[in-house]
Design a protein around this ligand. Structure first.
Ligand SMILES: Cc1ncc(COP(=O)(O)O)c(C=O)c1O
Length: 387
């Protein structure tokens, strides 16, 4: 490390943020050569056709800045896709913006809508970017715990925390890390709660294609009365197994998107041009995304089928590529300690659930990512069955 003479005082805007559990567990997995079911990305590659398309558009000279809102043909393809999937009439000119992954879209949405002292309802356990994005903008996250074992939203508790300052509710369905999904009754409850208030909704639907057992992903885009107050986030990285490309998009009504784009303009202006052209052509063939749920359900069923003989207990995940396992019959260690020991001694890395909460909680549960090759899942499950 370079030694400097002095340090200028820095007053951290995120004093509580340290090394994330994802980095810690991945590093530990590498150190111990463990099977890595911790971080949420596949161990198989994206389609070679898609890679060829990127090359094609680079060769064709699409290497300069894209329009601020994104390449129009991609926005048109997205509008067509959501129209066929969710019967939602989306205007590609005004309602869609291409972003550098869903995380940038989330930050942009929160920055454009949340002001000093605004309250934002966040359900825990939660994806880690929501809370810091709110705090950096002077807002206050108001946490509500999802109810185990199925991790449903306790709507009565939501009503109780609502105040005149409540500005936004963040909903993630299918949900990371628990794999729960919203039901039609949940959507009704939500409508009931917000209909007489000026509350915005941020819907994080990055796992829209990963829903199992003949259930359906209920996108907010299907609900006109909710959609008119919603910013909805999607991720090509999750859908097409290329999380490293960091490409996603936000859909919102024009009056909200106008403000979203003002922030997007100064945050990033526009995102990777040749990838946008490639994805636009790739989306012309709907079969590229219609079979994703089935593919992941096979992986889930394989993993859980093998774990039936184990001492872990579980509720089969309804969506996402994550499965939560309860290890309380195996050990009474804290979840972080157990996850670390599982990695170092037994060579399977997972993510403990407690870091997904703002306050200390230990439910003796771990999250495993099953976006992995069959042989990876078999090896991991075999080890887990020995515990
Ligand atoms: C719930 C949720 N939202 C957003 C993201 C981020 O998506 P992206 O990689 O497109 O930024 C993730 C990634 O893990 C996620 O789990």
């Amino acid at each position: 490390m370079t030694m400097y003479q002095m340090q200028i005082p820095v007053f951290s805007k995120l004093p509580k943020t340290g090394t994330t559990i994802f980095s810690t567990m991945s590093q530990l997995a590498e150190e111990h050569q463990a099977i890595n079911l911790s971080q949420g990305y596949p161990d198989f590659d994206c389609s070679p056709t898609l890679i060829d398309l990127v090359y094609k558009y680079m060769q064709a000279g699409h290497n300069q800045y894209a329009p601020l809102a994104g390449v129009l043909s991609l926005r048109e393809q997205i509008a067509k896709k959501v129209n066929s999937m969710y019967e939602a009439d989306v205007d590609p000119q005004t309602d869609v913006t291409i972003t550098s992954g869903a995380t940038q879209a989330i930050f942009t949405a929160i920055t454009s809508m949340i002001r000093e002292d605004d309250e934002v309802i966040v359900f825990e356990p939660s994806y880690d970017s929501y809370s810091p994005s709110i705090s950096l903008n002077g807002g206050r996250p108001i946490y509500i715990r999802l109810q185990a074992p199925d991790f449903h939203i306790p709507w009565k508790a939501v009503k109780k925390v609502m105040t005149a300052r409540t500005r936004m509710i963040i909903i993630n369905t299918p949900h990371n890390p628990t794999g729960s999904i919203l039901s039609a009754e949940d959507m009704e409850e939500l409508h009931h709660i917000v209909k007489d208030n000026n509350i915005l909704l941020l819907f994080d639907e990055v796992y829209e294609h990963m829903v199992f057992d003949q259930k359906q992903h209920l996108s907010v885009l299907k609900y006109p009365a909710l959609r008119e107050r919603s910013l909805v986030m999607y991720s090509f990285g999750k859908t097409f197994h290329n999380t490293g490309w960091k490409l996603g998009y936000c859909i919102a009504p024009a009056y909200l998107m106008k403000e979203f784009r003002k922030v997007h303009q100064y945050l990033i202006y526009c995102v990777n041009t040749p990838l946008q052209y490639a994805l636009s052509e790739y989306l012309e063939d709907a079969s590229h995304y219609t079979g994703i749920g089935e593919m992941y359900q096979e992986k889930r069923d394989l993993f859980l089928g093998m774990l039936e003989k184990s001492r872990f207990s579980f509720v089969p995940t309804q969506g996402t590529y994550f499965q939560v396992l309860d290890y309380s019959a195996i050990s009474d260690e804290k979840d972080i300690d157990f996850a670390k020991r599982l990695t170092s001694e037994h060579k399977v890395a997972s993510i403990p659930l407690s870091p997904f909460y703002s306050k200390k909680v230990d439910q003796q549960m771990l999250r495993f990512c099953f976006a992995k090759k069959e042989e990876t899942l078999r090896q991991a499950a075999q080890i887990l069955c020995t515990l």
